[in-house]
Design a binder for this molecule. Structure first.
Ligand code: F6R
Length: 608
């Protein structure tokens, strides 16, 4: 999940590359680097840590050169130090890379057998050495790339700069996104269009397997077989994503896997990472400190995102929150004090009940803010303030990435409210923003538990009924887990507040009933453990989703424990969304269900 950029410009490009990298820093900031060509010679600056360290280096030793590539790293192979920082270079070329070259060990062994020495622990250096090897055999750069790309396995995007070639950049896309930007006598390459937004809005997205040969005057795009192809040019709309399944069997799988990327992108829109503060991308026509009450309404998964945010708004900003499913709110004739805030959450921005609730709130002189994913939707048009989630197009009917992006936006709003109301200090804000910065990385970590979850899903698929339990923000997550499972696997599932168990649902528990408990090691952890004990005592089979500390502290036998990376308790629900989504997904896939288009459902519910 690194960010890459390449520019063939007219004047010195290093400052532009740094600017683009700043917009990509949400993808990783373990190290950063730039390489340019000065009089045909490759030169590079790299620095461990955040981009500002690289900027300091560049100010001490500037790079000139009108062609260059840059990288901001989220380490996968090798420590996040300067040696492992990109661009990686040989005497022939420099390369930047996002993603993983899965067969790098095998390729490296082959090159080492030919006497090639490696300087770093990265998979990327293998690519640099492979292409260099081909060039040493006399192949020109384009041919060397053409023979190298088919040898690489994994999901990656690459950008190459060649010694002595001051009008040539090559980019390649294989599973990880890569966009081309068209300028006036300049060409750009970037992990996303947002990175290139300061320079151009004229964008072509490479398709999977494509590689592109860039010159100042244009680009030759080749497909996997080496044929020149044409790809459409778009006037870029912020947040748009190509609706393809990538390397996944289903859109839902792709969308689950995309979450570190799109949550990072969304956060980058709401948070000034370097200043450690929330920076909302819009002006508010009210002041949070004047609000007496906040009402939230939404449907389904969006409602559950709203329910999690109730805990955040109340805890962080001390605003009393009232939340309702929109189908109730719209007819409830709730008395709303004029000038209060009404918040709506919707992926589509078209859900009939949520839209009707928005209209009701508007007629009751409420300030309206809508958290929506489709920027052109009716709700976006009719709300006073639109808080966009940048999840990109969500195709799977079961909402996944829109949900976690909604959480990212809602938490940013709650932090902003807390600051405005004086319930959070600047240090508190910094602590929370630091926690938010870590979220995409933690989500990637969480996705690594997929294999364990897939195996477990086979067991779960045998169940007739499943119970989900949680406390605090894990309670709405329990409801979301149950909703996800029932809508795509058609297994009956219920979510309960763990403390409610003994008030009825405990009667259901026997040895055939899996009970999924979501319990990060937070302030209510011990209480949830007591509820788990009540389940265990009645023979219930517990699947525990917790973190490392939680796994150590339960002292209970479980059917399985899925260990999440440790996260700040406030952001934990964003990270813990991943295993509940994966569990529902793999259960439904194992049962042969149509996960992207489950029976009886629709993506956009425009009827009440
Ligand atoms: C469940 C799901 C639905 C939607 C609900 C609201 O996975 O996707 O429950 O969350 O229909 O839709 P939007 O967010 O478009 O208002």
């Amino acid at each position: 999940m690194c960010g890459i950029v390449g520019i063939i410009g007219k004047t010195s490009v290093a400052p532009q590359i740094v600017e683009a990298l700043r917009r990509l820093e949400y993808r990783g900031y373990d190290s950063a680097g730039v390489a340019t060509l000065e009089n045909g010679h490759l030169d590079r600056r790299r620095a461990e840590g955040k981009l500002r360290n690289l900027e300091t280096k560049l100010s001490q030793a500037p790079l000139s050169g009108a062609i260059g590539i840059g990288h901001t790293r989220w380490a996968t192979h090798g420590k996040p130090n300067e040696t492992n920082a990109h661009p990686h270079a040989t005497e022939k070329l420099a390369v930047v890379h996002n993603g993983i070259i899965e067969n790098f060990r095998e390729l490296k062994t082959g090159l080492e057998a030919k006497g090639i020495k490696f300087e770093t622990e990265t998979d990327t250096e293998v690519v640099a050495q492979l292409v260099t090897y081909e060039m040493r055999q006399g192949r020109p750069p384009i041919e060397a790339i053409a023979v190298t790309l088919p040898r690489l396995r994994g999901a990656f995007a690459l950008g190459f700069l060649f010694s002595g070639e001051d009008d040539l950049l090559i980019g390649a896309r294989h599973g990880a996104p890569l966009a081309l930007g068209f300028g006036d006598g300049e060409m750009y390459l970037g992990s996303d269009a947002l990175a290139l937004a300061p320079f151009t809005d004229d964008i072509t997205y490479l398709e999977d397997g494509d590689w592109a040969i860039l010159h100042r005057t244009g680009v030759d795009i080749r497909d996997e077989s080496g044929q020149s192809v044409r790809r459409p040019r778009h006037k870029i709309v912020t947040g748009s994503f190509m609706a393809d399944k990538g390397n996944h069997r289903h859109f839902m799988a792709k969308e689950i896997h995309e979450q570190p990327e799109v949550v990072g992108r969304t956060l980058a829109h709401y948070v000034d990472f370097s200043a450690g503060r929330v920076a909302l991308p819009f002006d508010l026509p009210f002041d949070f400190k004047d609000l007496k009450r906040l009402s939230i309404s939404a449907c389904g998964t969006a409602y559950l995102a709203g329910l999690i945010s109730k805990y955040w708004f109340e805890r962080l900003a001390r605003i009393p929150v009232e939340i309702d499913v929109a189908s109730e709110f719209r007819y409830r004739e709730a008395p709303l004090e004029p000038g209060s805030l009404a918040l709506f959450v919707s992926q589509s921005g078209e859900t009939a009940d949520t839209l009707a609730s928005l209209r009701y709130a508007t007629s009751e002189q409420q300030h309206t803010v809508s958290v929506v994913n489709v920027p052109t939707s009716t709700m976006a048009r009719e709300s006073a303030v639109v808080a966009s989630t940048l999840a990109g197009v969500e195709v799977g009917v079961a909402s996944t990435k829109a949900f976690t992006c909604q959480l990212a936006v809602l938490l940013s709003l709650a932090i902003a409210a807390g600051r405005a109301r004086g319930t959070l200090s600047a240090e508190d804000e910094k602590e929370l923003v630091d926690a938010l910065i870590g979220v995409p990385g933690l989500m990637s970590e969480a996705i690594k538990r997929e294999h364990q979850i897939e195996v477990l899903a086979r067991e779960l698929s045998k169940a007739k009924d499943v119970l989900y339990l949680g406390r605090g923000t894990s309670y709405p997550l329990a409801l979301e887990g149950a909703l996800k499972l029932k809508e795509i696997s058609y297994i009956h599932a219920e979510g309960y507040a763990a403390g409610e168990l003994k008030h009825g649902p405990i009667a259901l528990i026997d040895e055939t009933m899996p009970v999924i408990v979501i319990a990060p090691h937070d302030a209510v952890f011990e209480k949830t453990v007591s509820n788990m004990q009540e389940v265990a005592a009645r023979g219930g089979r517990i699947i525990l989703i917790t973190d490392e500390k939680g796994a150590l502290d339960t002292g209970l036998d479980t059917m399985a424990t899925i260990v999440m990376p440790a996260a700040h308790p406030i952001v934990a629900p964003i990270v813990h969304s991943i295993p509940i989504q994966l569990l529902a997904y793999h259960t439904a896939v194992f049962m042969g269900k149509d996960v992207d288009q489950p029976r009886n459902l629709a993506k956009s519910v425009t009827v009440e």
